[in-house]
Design a protein around this ligand. Structure first.
Ligand code: HEM
Length: 122
């Protein structure tokens, strides 16, 4: 019986040591990923290049979104969105109808089009 407990204890310590080593040598797999730090930084000049229906990027709340493929699905005429391609568009996003902002659902959709974080000054 003592031999079994001894073996189990050694096995337990060995697995804990292995786990600790894995954590030490690799990046902690349980650490929450901060996607923002992995995103490219997009300057105002770069944003302004994407100002057409062929490539339409917008800055909203400090992030940049490529919404080119979404324009045709938006519930207004395309012109409403096209006006804002290549521009800082937070104000436009927040005032869609009598000062009301887009819904939470729209905000969630927006995240699918995220391409980078915005840096106004070079
Ligand atoms: C920044 C420029 C934008 C402007 C000026 C704008 C404008 C508008 C307007 C006027 C409406 C109201 C339509 C109606 O009630 O008939 C609307 C609704 C909506 N827009 Fe936009 N939009 C913009 C960007 C976007 C983007 C990039 C998305 C996609 C993620 C989006 C998603 C939606 C959705 C889902 C609705 C339905 C109402 C809601 O859920 O809030 N919009 N938008």
């Amino acid at each position: 019986m003592n031999k079994i407990s001894y073996t189990l204890t050694v096995a337990f310590i060995a697995s804990i040591t292995t786990l600790a080593l894995i954590f030490y040598l690799s990046e902690n797999p349980f650490k929450k990923q901060d996607n923002q730090t992995l995103l490219p930084v997009i300057t105002k000049a770069e944003l302004e290049e994407h100002n057409s229906k062929e490539s339409c990027w917008k800055e909203i709340y400090g992030k940049v979104y490529d919404i080119t493929d979404y324009i045709a699905q938006h519930p207004t005429s395309p012109q409403v969105l096209l006006r804002w391609c290549g521009k800082e568009s937070t104000e436009a996003w927040e005032s869609i109808r009598s000062g009301r902002s887009h819904s939470q659902a729209a905000l969630l959709m927006l995240e699918h089009f995220l391409v980078g974080t915005y840096q106004e000054n070079e």
